[in-house]
Structures are given as structure tokens and as C-alpha cells.
Design a protein around this ligand. Structure first.
Ligand code: NAD
Length: 445
């Protein structure tokens, strides 16, 4: 079944159907229409999947997606045009340029935490770049996956952009097929399997993975502002995973977060704005991470609803279990460090994170953090904002991923950049230099 879907997508790609710019624009506009027409259904599916509030869905997924589409529609002619490059003396009268070309059939494998954005944003780039694409949404966000499978063929060309639903075995079956690019979002363990499968066909990959993204709070900062940024259910790849701060401000950080959490009212469990954990397995995993700790804030849970209160744990030892794996849930450990040197050392001796956050009013601290650490992206004095700008490439480095996307970066990621030189035949006299014999006889001619 999967094989036929991929085969059909390839045949349609090879027939050149996805290439004309007008076709790409028309498909992108149709995708835009789908989001406008179906916003309500999409929000309902997300409510069923992760209890996401209706208000959050446009904000967290759809607006960004619509921005991506309108940018691609307005810039496509420019992105797809030949890009002239510098010439040498020998090529001065030739045409020399880089031509972005479609790669072929792209496989997009999405994760459950933003099931629409993580499948459709790469798809926008795949369509814009002239590719066919097979979309495989996560089986964990099942309402969203089946809605996507029902909707996409009504708006997009179904031969070129099919949706395949299913879990591990269906994904593995897909991964046995040959693609021209695989764009995977999810955890690093599966990321390695994807890369292994891709290697068998020498298929390039984009891996949008996760990891532990640190947040350094300097003593020199308005803590009320810093702590306001911790509103989320933690199931975001670039959520701050842990806080680093000096012991002298730890209690004030906890107090600041307590104040922030009042956004949800006295009881987050009854707030329509507070989400739930995706499934029982993840609920148990997150709860197990809390074992043996006393929460400084929160700590309550209700397994029947997969509810975990926003929870802060103080004085977490650097080698505790909470500090080994990505939390991906509403727990926030605080690890104390003696100073900025210690914080930089702490971050640098661990895997390169997807994001780093720094809160400080001190320019020197900010400068040092930026110069002496590395990560996929960084936001200073806020969280996650670098993700929202499609002029910035989004992606990881090292264990947090490979490749980048958003805006033109997605178009470039899913294009081949062909080096083109079209020789001018008017300069044959100059070309004589190259032809044999390469010796003094030529000089005498
Ligand atoms: P998930 O369980 O939905 O898995 C992701 C995809 O991998 C799914 O489509 C699933 O079908 C497929 N899959 C799962 N097991 C597989 C296997 N054995 N073989 C082949 N395919 C398989 O999502 P997840 O991995 O729990 O997602 C959470 C992780 O993703 C976190 O680490 C998070 O940080 C990361 N993430 C990264 C980004 C990013 O943009 N960098 C965004 C969201 C999530």
C-alpha cells in the first residue's frame, strides 16, 4: 500500500506536474483555504488530542502556518529564480548561476505535539520547491491525523501530496522506500532509525529533534519578567527544560513562577487554558521523573485525566535523572550554579541543545553566553521567540538535529542547488588556451 502511494507520487513528479510555479502557488493557496475553512474542526481535533484550548490553536499553530504560506506565495518567483554568482576572468561572458531545483519525492514524518504545524510547514516548503511529498502524521495525535487525512485530498493534489496514517510499522514500511529527502520531527532515538534507513538509499535528511534546552537566569534581571515566560505545558521541543541560576536568587525565581502561574487561576486543573499530557505512557514517564523529589511548586497530578500541575523542583543535583533526559512535560527543575562561568561550563559539557534562553540586563553576561555556548537557536530575555520569525532558520545542531527550515530556509532545504554554467560560444578564441598541445608550439602558432 505505502509502496504504491510513493510510486504514484514519483510518477506524478516525474511527469513534471509539481514543477510549474503557477501550480505550486495554486496548491499553496488551496492549503491556505483549507486552514481558513477548517479552523474550527482543527481546533476541535487538537482539543480531543491534547486538550489544547481553542484559543491557543490559532496562536500556536495556524497563524504561523498561514504566514509561511503567504510568504511562500509572495516570494516564490524570487526564490525559484536563477541566482547569479560571481564570475572569474575565464567565465566573464558566460552565464553562471545557481538554479534551485526540486529534489523529487519528500517524506515528511511529524510529531504529535504540534501535529498541524510540524507536518504542514515542511509541506509548504516541499510544494514551494516543486517536490511531491508523502505526509505521515503522528499516530499519537490521532484525531488530528485522521482529520488531516480526510482534508488534505480535498484541497491538494492527492497523487502528489498523499497522507499515510499509521504507527511504527507503517512508518518503517515507508522508510524502506526510496525518497529524495526525509524530513523528520520527533525524538532522537527514532531520529537515528530514520537516518539509518535513509542511509541505505543515500537519501539526505532533515532531523528536527529535541533535547534539554537550558534557561540561564542572571541575578541581574527583572525576575518578574523572566518568570512570566514559563507559561506552557512543557510539551514543546523548545520549551525551557531546566533553569540555571545562582543560589541567592533561587527562592525568588520560584516565587516569580508562582505569581506567573496565577494566570491559570487558583487551580490550573480547572483552567480551560491548561493542557493535558498526550497519553498514559508519557504521563507515567513524566511522573516517574518526579520520583523522590519534593516539589517547591505544584506536584499534584490526576492520572485519570493525565493532568500534571505545573511543577518546579529546587536544588536538583546536576546528575539527577531529571537532568538526564528531555522532560517534555510541565516539570521545571532548577539547578544552581555558582556564577556565569559555572553556567557556561554546565551547558557546554552537555549535548548541544535545540535552544538556549538567557535572562539578564547585563550586556557582558549576554555577550559571553552567546559567544561561549552553542545551540540550534537562542532567545535572550524571552523564550521561544526566535521560532516565530520565519527569516531565522529553525533547527538543531549535533544531537538536537540536522538541517533547518521556516520561510525561505525550508524552500532551500528541500531544493537542490544546481551549479550551472552556460558557456558563451562567442569566445572560442579565448578557449584556445585550453586545447592541446600545451607547449611552446602553441606559443609559436
Ligand atoms: P512521536 O511519538 O509522534 O514520533 C514522531 C514520529 O516518529 C511519528 O510520526 C511516529 O509514527 C514515528 N515513529 C515513532 N517510532 C518510530 C519507529 N520506531 N520507527 C519509525 N518511526 C517511528 O513524537 P515524539 O518522538 O514523542 O516527539 C517528541 C520529541 O520530538 C521530543 O524529543 C521533541 O523535543 C521533539 N520535537 C522536536 C521538534 C523540532 O522542531 N525540533 C518539534 C516537536 C518535537
Amino acid at each position: 500500500m505505502e509502496m504504491q502511494v510513493v510510486q504514484r507520487a514519483r510518477e506524478n513528479f516525474l511527469a513534471g506536474r509539481s514543477r510549474p510555479l503557477e501550480f505550486r502557488v495554486q496548491q499553496l493557496k488551496s492549503l491556505q483555504r483549507m486552514i481558513t475553512d477548517r479552523q474550527g474542526e482543527i481546533a476541535t481535533a487538537l482539543k480531543q488530542d491534547i486538550n489544547r484550548s481553542q484559543y491557543d490553536t490559532p496562536l500556536l499553530e495556524l497563524i504561523g502556518l498561514e504566514n509561511e504560506i503567504s510568504l511562500a506565495v509572495s516570494k516564490l518567483a524570487q526564490w525559484a529564480a536563477p541566482r547569479p554568482v560571481e564570475k572569474s576572468l575565464l567565465t566573464i561572458s558566460d552565464q553562471v548561476y545557481i538554479q534551485p531545483e526540486p529534489l523529487g519525492v519528500v517524506l515528511i514524518i511529524g510529531a504529535w505535539n504540534y501535529p498541524w504545524a510540524l507536518t504542514l510547514q515542511p509541506l509548504v516548503g516541499a510544494i514551494a520547491a516543486g517536490n511531491a511529498a508523502v505526509v505521515k502524521p503522528s499516530e499519537l495525535s490521532e484525531y488530528s491525523a485522521s482529520l488531516l487525512k480526510a482534508l488534505l485530498p480535498r484541497y491538494l493534489d492527492q497523487e502528489l501530496y498523499p497522507v499515510v496514517c499509521g504507527g511504527v510499522s507503517e512508518t518503517q514500511e515507508l522508510l524502506r522506500q526510496r525518497f529524495d529527502h526525509i524530513f523528520y520531527t520527533g525524538n532522537s532515538t527514532v531520529g537515528k532509525l530514520v537516518m539509518e534507513a535513509a542511509a541505505r538509499h543515500l537519501t539526505p535528511v532533515t532531523l528536527e529533534l529535541g533535547g534539554k534546552s537550558p534557561c540561564y537566569i542572571d541575578k541581574d534581571v527583572d525576575l518578574r519578567v523572566a518568570c512570566r515566560s514559563f507559561v506552557n505545558c512543557g510539551q514543546t521541543c523548545i520549551a525551557p527544560d531546566y533553569i540555571l541560576c545562582e543560589p541567592s536568587i533561587q527562592n525568588r525565581v520560584v516565587e516569580g513562577i508562582r505569581q506567573t502561574l496565577l494566570f491559570y487561576g487558583p487551580d490550573p486543573k480547572s483552567s480551560p487554558d491548561y493542557g493535558r499530557i498526550i497519553n498514559q505512557r508519557h504521563f507515567n514517564r513524566v511522573m516517574a521523573l518526579l520520583d523522590g523529589y519534593t516539589a517547591a511548586l505544584g506536584g499534584q497530578s490526576d492520572s485519570s485525566q493525565r493532568y500534571i500541575a505545573p511543577t518546579v523542583v529546587k536544588d536538583v543535583p546536576p546528575h539527577a535523572r531529571l537532568m538526564q533526559e528531555e522532560i517534555f512535560g510541565p516539570l521545571l527543575p532548577i539547578v544552581t550554579v555558582s556564577d556565569i562561568d559555572d553556567a557556561i561550563h554546565f551547558i557546554s559539557e552537555r549535548e548541544k541543545p535545540l535552544a538556549i534562553y538567557v535572562f539578564s540586563s547585563n550586556k557582558k553576561v549576554i555577550k559571553r553566553m552567546l559567544a561561549e555556548t552553542t545551540s540550534g537557536g537562542v532567545t535572550v530575555n524571552d523564550v521561544m521567540m526566535h521560532y516565530t520569525l520565519n527569516s531565522l532558520p529553525f533547527g538543531g545542531v549535533g544531537q538536537s538535529g540536522t538541517g533547518r527550515y521556516h520561510g525561505k530556509h525550508t524552500f532551500d532545504q528541500l531544493s537542490h542547488h544546481r551549479a550551472c554554467l552556460v558557456k558563451s560560444l562567442g569566445m572560442e578564441e579565448v578557449n584556445m588556451v585550453w586545447y592541446p598541445p600545451q607547449n611552446h608550439q602553441k606559443a609559436r602558432r
